[in-house]
Write a protein that binds this ligand. Structure first.
Ligand code: FNR
Length: 350
């Protein structure tokens, strides 16, 4: 059952803190450095001011979104997040069921703590579901990466999301309970070693080309902040980019995603969709992202807090609150459809 008194997605954070053990809390809420980028992500959404239109005579609000050629009920997607059984014993299966029920997309982390086939089975049968995408890192051995790709394809995943912003991962002290593991990965692929060891494994554009050559699924890049990289992604035939700084968990001091988004949108010249994540906590944040030109919005930690507090029902409640807030904000801005959201609704006149 849902905890009483929760009216905003962010209300779940304190519930999660009270329920989660110290290690799980530390892992989920971790940030790089002293947390500048985590705070900047949230502050950048808050700094954008809406400039609503009035007297539009709206009679309905439609959040239908077109992404990669498909019409979807919602612009929201669950961000790929590792080891969700640390949040709740029902883990990714519960998160996927919540996403399916609310018409949101689900991006399955390669570091999921349940078999990807079980997660897909909790998501795909829903008739009103959003997209199912598989997130991956390039593993040191191409054969191992390929095996993961084939499994994701067979499980019914509809696109691959290659995360490119964590090539050199800072080792994070984490005491995992022995039964929460990235079960879909080969046991030897855990990152580790010196900076030089890690750099030797860091992917390059030729690896993106290789990945595209071995699959028919569209490949998106997650973790693009620079417009020049976005332009290169278009040239390389990438299907979409996700503007992300990994929720401030990798490079502290990285630009806030709301700040980086407009230049990336401009650089791709509408040839591929640009999605965004980082610090999205309410429906007006989602609306602002869409007004800046995002084709979809990923939500991370608020959903983990909902999952931790109340399992699938909690995660679904967070998505429901976000959807309701988005619809209300659209109505209050005089926009009846996602396609009507553009920079003219932002006071900066973006
Ligand atoms: C992440 N993120 C992440 N990204 C990714 O590509 N693969 C992964 O396995 C993970 N794992 C992961 C675990 C945890 C606990 C968190 C909080 C985040 C990053 C995630 O997809 C997203 O980019 C950020 O969380 C930004 O969104 P929020 O949390 O600010 O909404």
């Amino acid at each position: 059952s849902l905890p009483p008194g929760v009216t905003r997605p962010a209300d779940y954070e304190a519930r999660a803190r009270a329920i989660l053990g110290d290690d799980a809390w530390a892992y989920f809420s971790a940030h790089a450095g002293d947390g500048q980028t985590v705070r900047a992500n949230r502050a950048a959404w808050a700094a954008l001011a809406l400039q609503p239109r009035v007297l539009r005579g709206l009679r309905s609000i439609d959040t239908t979104t077109v992404l990669l050629g498909s019409s979807l009920p919602s612009p929201l997607l669950v961000a790929p997040m590792a080891l969700q059984r640390l949040a709740h014993p029902d883990g990714e299966v519960a998160m996927a069921a919540a996403a399916a029920a609310l018409g949101a997309g689900f991006i399955l982390s390669s570091q999921a703590s349940q078999p990807m086939e079980s997660i897909a089975a909790a998501f795909l049968p829903d008739r009103h579901r959003g997209p199912l995408w598989f997130q991956l890192y390039l593993l040191p051995q191409r054969a191992a990466t390929l095996e993961l790709v084939r499994r994701a394809e067979a499980a019914g995943c509809e696109a691959l999301v290659l995360t490119v912003d964590a090539a050199v991962r800072a080792a994070r002290p984490l005491r995992l309970p022995p039964d929460v593991l990235p079960v879909n990965l080969p046991p030897t692929s855990a990152p580790g070693g010196t900076l030089q060891d890690l750099l030797a494994l860091a992917p390059a554009w030729e690896d993106v080309a290789w990945l595209r050559s071995v699959t028919r699924l569209p490949v998106l890049l997650k973790g693009v902040l620079h417009p020049a990289d976005a332009a290169e992604a278009v040239r390389q035939g990438v299907a979409g980019v996700i503007v992300s700084n990994h929720g401030g968990r990798v490079l502290d001091g990285a630009v806030a995603t709301a700040t980086a988004l407009p230049a990336v949108v401009a650089a791709v010249e509408r040839r591929i969709p640009v999605l965004v994540d980082g610090g999205v906590q309410g429906g007006t944040d989602v609306l602002k992202a869409l007004a800046l030109g995002a084709g979809g919005v990923l939500v991370g930690r608020p959903l983990l807090w909902g999952l931790a507090a109340a399992g699938a029902a909690g995660a679904a409640h967070v998505l429901r609150l976000l959807r309701d807030e988005l619809e209300l904000a659209m109505a209050q801005c005089g926009a009846g459809a996602i396609a009507q959201l553009d920079g003219s609704l932002l006071a900066s006149g973006a």
